[in-house]
Design a protein around this ligand. Sequence first.
Ligand code: SF4
Ligand code: SF4
Length: 355
Amino acid sequence: MLTNEMVKEAALAAGADMCGIGSMDRFEGAPKEMDPRYIFPEAKSVIGMVFRIPRGVQRGIEEGTQFYQYPSMAYGGINEIFAPAVLYQVGQMIEDNGYEAFIYRNTGARGCVSDMDGSPGNTLSPEEQIEVMNQAKRKTNHHRSVQFTRAARPGQIPPDLQFQFRLAAVACGLGEIGWSKMFLTKDFGPMQRVAFIFTDAELTADPLYDGEPLCRRCMACVRECPGNCLSKTESIRVNVGGKICEWGKLDEWKCYAFYTHGGRKFNPFVPKEVWDKNENGDLDLLEGKATANEKEILKVYRALEKYFPTWVGYNMAKCGGCIRACVSMLEKKGGCMEGKFKEPLRKGKPWVMDR
Ligand code: SF4
Ligand code: SF4
């Protein structure tokens, strides 16, 4: 018989930092195209695992001295290497006990709804879609948000379904969503990534997190976003298994543009002359704008592309302004992460470039 204890023990032994278990009915109310019950209809339980982001990989960005470790060691490393290895091992243990383990790493699926904003179908015209594909061939880094998939059988949803990871982590009782839309845990604040296993084993669902609120509603994440992507007043509310999750309305497309190229004042990789030339004003298209869409982001990337033969150069900012602001605030004021480090992440004012 497979028990919660066996699963959690295996997950922690294999390298996960936290493990929680949820029941599939906690996905009730999710849009069909994002409801993981359509992936594996016989699944009875979802196992969520947290993988901490070492705070040190943010140090270089915090200082403005080294930007590479966060995207490679934390974002890519956890998504592509560390977490899949753990999923694989835990999945083996589950299957050795006679149940199926549908392992789901973060993140590769591009379903029939945009993984940026959940909007249905593709927002680009056929001509623009061709342009996006051409960009991909030239290896510029435009994010392809959606695939043109159709259902394989009547009554199914089109592949490859991408569910909302952070809400799934809530469903596994691991933590809460902060105002920043980041997933917060008691031990690591916003510094983790998550991965999941769906199984037909009927495990006991952990309670949803109901401890002290993890988000202080301090709005440091709003203040320190270089693109003003996060609203201070408008929010989104979602019910996960009876728990109301609320976060500030985020302009995901604008965030995509700013977390990759950072904007005028936060990207030391784009020479000043490039910003100064700025033909047609395309580079500044998103500065100070209330919202953005995929077409506008394509324009910004096209403007940058002229100066960089590959994506390296302009796609290195990996902002993380909201994460670092949140860590810094939580370490100082409490809520979560208390006493984890002897020295705080931030001791002075965050840097900003003068141009
Ligand atoms: S990642 Fe950067 S651009 Fe996106 S919301 Fe956070 S601070 Fe803003
Ligand atoms: S910075 Fe403050 S408001 Fe934003 S998610 Fe963190 S604790 Fe919540």
